[in-house]
Design a protein around this ligand. Structure first.
Ligand code: NAP
Length: 479
């Protein structure tokens, strides 16, 4: 967008960093610098926190219908500007335009969903067992929040947090990932246009995440942290949040198993694999990381998947007809290269891909590896790239044990035509979400989140707003 803001958004105003610092935003398809944005330091973060704290009481008292309509208006503006927002996202993140448009729709839907939830915050009233005391229960916003988002879904990870926080009556400081600040700044401009009062949302773009966030978490004024990112950073932020007893929601990493039984419909399984692996070039927490395929169908599955993966067009996301854009940066691509090299060294067969192309941009080809050794590093590392690693199994108990043999538990995919088996296996998988004969689970109306080291709490669905509300109990004796 030609007029995309590049400054910090604090107290409803666009401002430079106090020390004048800026940081570059790169185009991952070319490696060239797209623009400079303000690079906030601790002083700016304190100002943003102050603005959120000052706005909290009024926003909490704003009628739910008013909060709802601001979200609804923002939803409409996002939908009207789908194309502009998609182009902006592709320029800073790399994903193909068609996927970026899909993300804009997904992101907008969180605002529509939570505009509907804002007016349905309920409480309760009861006569207690002694027959004398009454209990009035109301639900109140938790208070000013710190929202920290990753680069892989630059718009949707923001709306998935901002939507319920606004609906609940919370104010906030948003810190987006430094690779993709532009989508968040564009979102702030849209919310301002939709009528959001000054100070309710503040955005600090920064390359100094630790310096900016730690004082806020330890300071006692921020009451809630909602974080999406890697498990390692989530663990650090949980420790920092402990001191001021900050409530936390954590959407962390995954290591999704994708299980194909001998009775699966292989067409469905390959279609599902393409989505579960290739959505967002594999740079998704929900990406299938370990393909466990029954020995009797493994060769056929591998052959078909390699055919489909090999037919994908790799190139700059903004170019027509491109299916697979660049990875986010050189570091991300180097990690994928190392994981593939390690698997090949341990005996994996490369069915397709596996070679980094020459030239600019962080491109990596869709790759299928068969006969992967279970000891390979990519079995216990998020690949975060377009690489499908296939292992074989012989029976149900064995595959459940292997699928669960990981500290993560975000999502699992199960392909079988047997209803009994589908339910039995889904119930035994240690994950927050299961895709049954499908490679896509994300939906704003469903609770998204994981178990084990994949996180705490849920985003989206009826329960998404709960993360931003506290109960208040009023004791009323009646004589
Ligand atoms: P990351 O390195 O953990 O970073 C996520 C965010 O945290 C970024 O904004 C980052 O900023 C910030 N951050 C890092 N260190 C921080 C600190 N000390 N204090 C405050 N903020 C800090 O993750 P990523 O590489 O951007 O994203 C990929 C990860 O996100 C994967 O593990 C993926 O599975 C996970 N993810 C999970 C979900 C989910 O819903 N479960 C969804 C999407 C992604 P800097 O880059 O400046 O450090």
């Amino acid at each position: 967008m030609t007029d995309t803001p590049t400054q910090l958004f604090i107290g409803g105003a666009w401002v430079d960093a106090a020390d004048g610092a800026t940081m570059a935003v790169d185009d991952p398809a070319t490696g060239e610098i797209l623009c400079q944005v303000a690079d906030a330091g601790p002083k700016d973060a304190k100002l943003a926190e102050e603005a959120a704290v000052q706005a909290q009481q009024d926003w909490a008292r704003t009628a739910p219908r008013v909060r709802s309509e601001i979200l609804r208006r923002a939803y409409e503006i996002i939908v009207e500007r789908t194309d502009e927002l998609a182009r902006l996202m592709t320029s800073e993140m790399g994903k193909p335009l068609a996927e970026a448009r899909g993300e804009v729709a997904y992101a907008a839907e969180f605002f529509r969903w939570f505009s509907e939830e804002a007016v349905r915050i309920d409480g309760g009233c009861a006569t207690l067992p002694d027959g004398r005391n009454r209990m009035l229960l109301s639900r109140r916003p938790v208070g000013p929040c710190l929202l920290i988002t990753p680069w892989n879904f630059p718009l949707a990870m923001g709306t998935r947090k901002i939507g319920p926080a606004l609906a609940a009556g919370c104010t906030m400081v948003l810190k987006p990932a430094p690779q993709t600040p532009l989508s968040s700044l564009a979102l702030a401009a849209i919310l301002k246009e939709a009528g959001l009062p000054d100070g309710v949302l503040n955005v600090v773009t920064t390359s100094r995440a630790g310096e900016v966030c730690e004082p806020l978490l330890r300071g006692g004024r921020i009451r809630k942290l909602s974080f999406t990112g890697s498990t390692a950073v989530g663990q650090l932020l949980l420790a920092q949040s402990a001191q001021a007893v900050v409530r936390t929601s954590m959407e962390l990493g995954g290591n999704a198993p994708f299980v194909v039984f001998e009775d699966a419909d292989l067409d469905k399984a390959v279609d599902g694999a393409m989505v579960a692996k290739m959505r967002n070039m594999g740079e998704a927490c929900t990406a299938a990381n370990r393909f466990f395929v029954h020995r009797s169908v493994a060769e056929e599955f591998g052959r078909r998947l390699a055919g489909r993966m090999g037919a994908l067009v790799v190139g700059p996301g903004a170019r027509d007809g491109v299916d697979v854009g660049p990875l986010i940066d050189r570091r991300g691509r180097a990690k994928v290269e190392e994981l593939v090299a390690d698997a090949v060294e341990r005996g994996a067969q490369v069915l397709v891909g596996g070679r980094t192309p020459e030239g600019p941009g962080n491109f990596y080809p869709p790759t299928v590896l068969a006969d992967v050794d279970p000891g390979s590093r990519l079995m216990d590392t998020e690949i975060f790239g377009p690489v499908a690693a296939i292992l074989t199994f012989d029976d149900e108990d064995e595959v459940i044990r292997r699928a669960n043999d990981t500290p993560w538990g975000l999502v699992g995919y199960v392909f079988t035509e047997g209803l009994d088996r589908a339910l039995r296996v889904s119930e035994r998988l240690e994950v927050g979400m299961v895709g049954l004969n499908t490679g896509l689970v994300s939906n704003p109306a469903a609770p998204f989140g994981g178990v084990k080291q994949s996180g705490l709490g849920r985003e989206g669905g009826r329960v998404g707003i709960d993360e931003f509300l506290e109960y208040q109990y009023l004791a009323v004796p009646v004589r």
